[in-house]
Design a protein around this ligand. Structure first.
Ligand code: ZN
Length: 158
């Protein structure tokens, strides 16, 4: 009897987990339909928590060739604003991004030249264009940096 209760509790917990992870991101970058992440290159790795000097990487890097179109990963009910990533003149070529909200999520996308910085975009529709990352970091795996606004791990959404 006690075991049955535990099984029921476990099932309820699993159901909760499934609800929380109900959102799956659609294709973010043209040419990368499976949202393949940046693995490791001479400048680092793209997974959440990867070392960045004394800090930790706070997002997931999705491979995206310079100049590729960038798409909404979910139904975006609000494009909150445009974003400056570094505020560094040496990195001006890639110093843009977007903050988007929808489906209960708030997400920052770095290195994207936005088509617009307000309004609504459906999942899969174009948000902007990947900026010329190779001009700032030659040899890096060019990528869109995807970060949750609350800094939690976005890996489960891919
Ligand atoms: Zn990143």
């Amino acid at each position: 009897m006690k075991m049955m209760k535990n099984v029921a509790l476990l099932a309820a917990l699993l159901a909760l987990v499934c609800v929380c992870e109900g959102v799956t991101f659609g294709q973010i970058c043209q040419g990368n339909p499976n949202n393949n992440p940046r693995t490791s290159d001479r400048l680092g790795a793209g997974h959440f928590g990867a070392p960045r000097g004394s800090r930790r990487h706070q997002g997931v890097d999705i491979i995206c060739n310079d100049g590729s179109e960038v798409y909404a990963p979910f139904d975006v009910t609000t494009i909150n604003r445009g974003l400056v990533v570094y505020n560094d003149p040496d990195k001006a070529a890639i110093d843009r991004g977007l903050v988007i909200s929808g489906e209960g999520l708030c997400v920052k996308l770095f290195y994207v030249q936005p088509d617009r910085t307000s309004g609504t975009v459906s999942k899969g529709q174009r948000l902007g264009v990947m900026m010329p990352m190779q001009s700032v970091y030659p040899g890096i795996t060019s990528h869109v940096h995807v970060e949750l606004c609350d800094k939690s791990d976005p890996t489960g959404y891919f």
